[in-house]
Write a protein that binds this ligand. Structure first.
Ligand SMILES: NC(=O)c1ccc[n+]([C@@H]2O[C@H](COP(=O)([O-])OP(=O)(O)OC[C@H]3O[C@@H](n4cnc5c(N)ncnc54)[C@H](O)[C@@H]3O)[C@@H](O)[C@H]2O)c1
Length: 398
C-alpha cells in the first residue's frame, strides 16, 4: 500500500470540516475528493486547503456527488459526516466498495437498514468504523485501562448517555427549523416530531461497550426503554417567541428523558439516558460499578476504590490514579492531539481509523460494533411503542 492514503470526504458541515482539518494536519493522508452540496461549506473547506497549503481536491456539489466521488477515484477510504436522513443511503453505497468507510456518530431508524449494511459489507469486503470520538476520551481510556487491570474488580453495572441541551441547536434564533434553516436545525429537529426513543445512543454506549468488551466475548442480550412526557421543546419555543409561535405546539413526541436498560451475557446491567430537550450542562453521565469500586463522571470525576480509600468516601486525589492509568497513547501523543481542530479525542479516533487502513486490519470498533450501538434507536422506539416491552437484543455477528 502507498504510504500516502487517498481519502474522500462526504459532508463537510460541522463534523466533516473537523475531520477535514485533522486530515490536512497529517502528512500520511491526501484528500482527493469531497462531496458536499452546500456552497458555503465548500468555501470553508477550500480555505482550509489554502491554510495548510495543500492542493485543492475535486469537489462534487450535487446531492448524488458522493456516487461520483466513489466511482471516479481510487480511494483507500471515505469519511461520511452527513445528516441522519442520508446516513443509510450514503453508507450503504460507500460500503459496496472494498474500501475503509469511516462514519460519524449517526442515528438508524430501523433494524432492516442495519441488516442491509451488514449484507453489503460482507459481500464487498469493505471495512467500517463508526468514528465515535467519546471512546477515545482520556478519562474513558484510563478507566478502561483500570478495568482491564482489575482495579474495579468484577463489573456489575454501567451508566451513560447523551445529556445535551440541544434546544439552541434544534431551533434558530427565531425558533424555526427545517429546510432553509442553517446547521443541524435543518434536519435534526424533525426527528423529535416523528420518533420517540433513544435517537442518539453512540456517545454513551460506545465507551460502555469498550469497557464491557461488547462483541469481544460479551454481548447485549435485552433492552427495555421508557419515555417521559415531551414538554421541553414546546416550552422553549413559548419562552422565546410566545405561545402563538407556530412551533409552540404539541407536535413533539420525543420523550424529554428516555431511559433504556440493557442486559449483557455477562449479567451486567446498563442504564442509558437520552436527554436533549431540557436545560442542563452537557454530560455523558458515565458510571462504572464493580465489586471493588465505582467511577462516576458527573460534575467531574468521582472515584471510590476500596483498595485505595476509606469506606464510604470519594478518593481525595483521584487525579493521581488517573495519571497512573493514563493510556499510553494519551501519554505519548497528547501534544500532537492538542493541535487538532476541536476535541483532542478526534485526533485519536482519526488516528485509529488511519492506522487500521495502513495495517489493513479491522478497526478497534468495526461494523458489528456500529450496528450493535445504532440498533438501540429502533429497539428503544419499538419497546416504547409497545408499552416498554423488553426485547431481545439482536446479535449482528450471526
Ligand atoms: N462526534 C460528535 O461529537 C458529533 C457532534 C455533532 C454531530 N455529530 C454527528 O455527525 C453527523 C453530521 O452532523 P453535523 O453536525 O456535521 O451536521 P451538519 O448539518 O453541520 O453537516 C452535515 C453536512 O452534510 C452535508 N450533506 C447533506 N447531504 C449531503 C449529501 N447528499 N452528500 C454530501 N454531503 C451532504 C450538508 O450540506 C452539511 O454540510 C450527524 O450524524 C451528527 O449526529 C457528531
Amino acid at each position: 500500500m502507498n504510504d500516502l492514503l487517498n481519502i474522500g470526504l462526504i459532508g463537510i458541515g460541522y463534523r466533516g470540516i473537523i475531520h477535514l482539518e485533522n486530515c490536512l494536519q497529517r502528512n500520511d493522508v491526501r484528500i482527493i475528493g469531497i462531496a458536499e452540496p452546500n456552497n458555503a461549506s465548500i468555501s470553508d473547506g477550500k480555505l482550509l486547503f489554502d491554510k495548510y497549503r495543500k492542493e485543492h481536491p475535486k469537489f462534487y456539489s450535487n446531492e448524488d456527488g458522493y456516487k461520483d466521488l466513489l466511482n471516479h477515484h481510487s480511494l483507500d477510504a471515505v469519511i461520511i459526516s452527513v445528516p441522519w436522513d442520508y446516513f443509510f443511503d450514503i453508507s450503504s453505497y460507500a460500503l459496496s466498495f472494498p474500501i475503509y468507510v469511516g462514519i460519524e456518530a449517526a442515528s438508524a431508524t430501523c433494524l432492516e437498514q442495519l441488516y442491509r449494511l451488514k449484507e453489503i459489507k460482507e459481500k464487498s469486503g469493505a471495512e467500517c468504523m463508526l468514528l465515535e470520538n467519546t471512546c477515545y476520551h482520556r478519562d474513558v481510556m484510563a478507566v478502561k485501562n483500570m478495568v482491564d487491570k482489575g482495579v474495579f474488580g468484577e463489573l456489575v453495572h454501567c451508566r451513560g448517555g447523551y445529556e445535551h441541551d440541544l434546544r439552541p441547536i434544534k431551533f434558530d434564533k427565531e425558533m424555526n427549523f427545517g429546510r432553509g434553516v442553517n446547521g443541524e436545525a435543518s434536519w435534526r429537529t424533525k426527528h423529535s416530531i416523528t420518533r420517540n426513543g433513544d435517537l442518539y445512543p453512540t456517545h454513551g454506549i460506545g465507551p460502555i461497550s469498550s469497557i464491557l468488551n461488547i462483541n469481544k466475548g460479551n454481548k447485549f442480550t435485552s433492552i427495555v426503554s421508557h419515555a417521559s412526557k415531551s414538554v421541553g421543546l414546546k416550552s422553549y419555543v413559548e419562552k422565546n417567541e410566545g405561545k402563538h409561535h407556530p412551533n409552540a405546539k404539541d407536535q413533539y413526541i420525543l420523550g424529554d428523558v428516555i431511559t433504556s436498560t440493557i442486559t449483557t451475557s455477562n449479567a451486567e446491567t446498563i442504564l442509558l439516558t437520552h436527554n436533549t430537550n431540557l436545560p442542563r450542562p452537557y454530560s455523558l453521565g458515565f458510571r462504572v460499578q464493580g465489586t471493588k469500586g465505582v467511577w462516576i463522571q458527573e460534575h467531574g470525576n468521582h472515584l471510590h476504590l476500596e483498595d485505595y480509600c476509606d469506606n464510604d468516601e470519594w478518593m481525595k486525589n483521584s487525579h493521581r490514579i488517573f495519571n497512573e492509568f493514563d493510556h499510553d497513547d494519551w501519554k505519548n501523543l497528547q501534544y500532537e492531539a492538542a493541535k487538532t481542530a476541536r476535541h483532542q479525542m478526534d485526533y485519536f479516533v482519526l488516528r485509529e481509523f488511519i492506522s487500521s487502513i495502513k495495517a489493513q486490519r479491522k478497526p478497534e470498533f468495526d461494523l458489528y460494533d456500529m450496528l450493535t450501538w445504532l440498533a438501540i434507536s429502533p429497539l428503544s422506539e419499538e419497546s416504547i411503542r409497545n408499552g416498554s416491552k423488553t426485547l431481545e437484543f439482536p446479535d449482528f455477528s450471526q
